[in-house]
Design a protein around this ligand. Structure first.
Ligand SMILES: C[S@@+](CC[C@H](N)C(=O)[O-])C[C@H]1O[C@@H](n2cnc3c(N)ncnc32)[C@H](O)[C@@H]1O
Length: 182
């Protein structure tokens, strides 16, 4: 694992995913379903560690050949080297315990991803969005804050954003309100 980490093209340092590391450990111990990750990198190492520990499938999607090559070396991964748009036409597993979105940061694309994945989430499953904070500083790079704002105004979801993690770009957690489960 140490050697794979060295070769992987790094976006964020592993310690910048400190909160994700804690939450994923607890969520995957308790929540039924698979892991879906769009936008691979350091986050893949964390999600995969707990997917393997809890014997869960880890679906990985990225357009980058290098990132997918890395993900294929890990246990429990099912790798889709393609755009998320194409991935969503092929993915047919459910329920989902964790969905992690850090691929395209365009609003239309990330909204399509969330609209597809949220109805497939387990009870207590969590959708994570990266790069959702400080719109005035990051709006030219990331439009994901617009999806956060949309979900915050939707009474079907509980939404919580913590700014001081993941390079301080904001990590948002989205969970369906319990009354929305039949
Ligand atoms: C910000 S990086 C991901 C960082 C990663 N989560 C980490 O922790 O290091 C974004 C990734 O999304 C991929 N990507 C961009 N647009 C995409 C799309 N439409 N579908 C799938 N992957 C995409 C890029 O190739 C890149 O690897």
């Amino acid at each position: 694992m140490g050697c794979m980490r060295k070769k992987m093209p790094v976006h964020l340092k592993i310690e910048e995913w400190d909160l994700l590391d804690k939450l994923v450990e607890v969520i995957l111990k308790n929540v039924e379903g698979c892991v879906v990750e769009i936008g691979l990198g350091t986050s893949t190492v964390i999600l995969n560690k707990y997917a393997v520990q809890n014997n869960k499938k880890h679906y990985c999607c990225d357009i980058s050949m290098t990132k997918c090559k890395f993900a294929r070396k890990l246990l429990n991964t099912i790798v889709f080297e393609m755009s998320s748009e194409e991935f969503l036409t092929k993915f047919d597993d459910s329920p989902i315990a964790i969905a992690f979105l850090d691929g395209s940061h365009k609003f239309d694309i990330v909204k399509k991803e969330a609209d597809f994945l949220l109805p497939r989430m387990s009870k207590y499953g969590v959708l994570f969005l990266h790069d959702t904070f400080i719109p005035e500083k990051r709006s030219s790079i990331s439009e994901v804050f617009k999806l956060r704002q949309l979900l915050e105004n939707d009474s079907s979801f509980q939404v919580f954003t913590f700014p001081f993690t993941a390079a301080q770009y904001g990590l948002t957690m989205v969970m369906k309100r319990l009354e929305c489960y039949r």
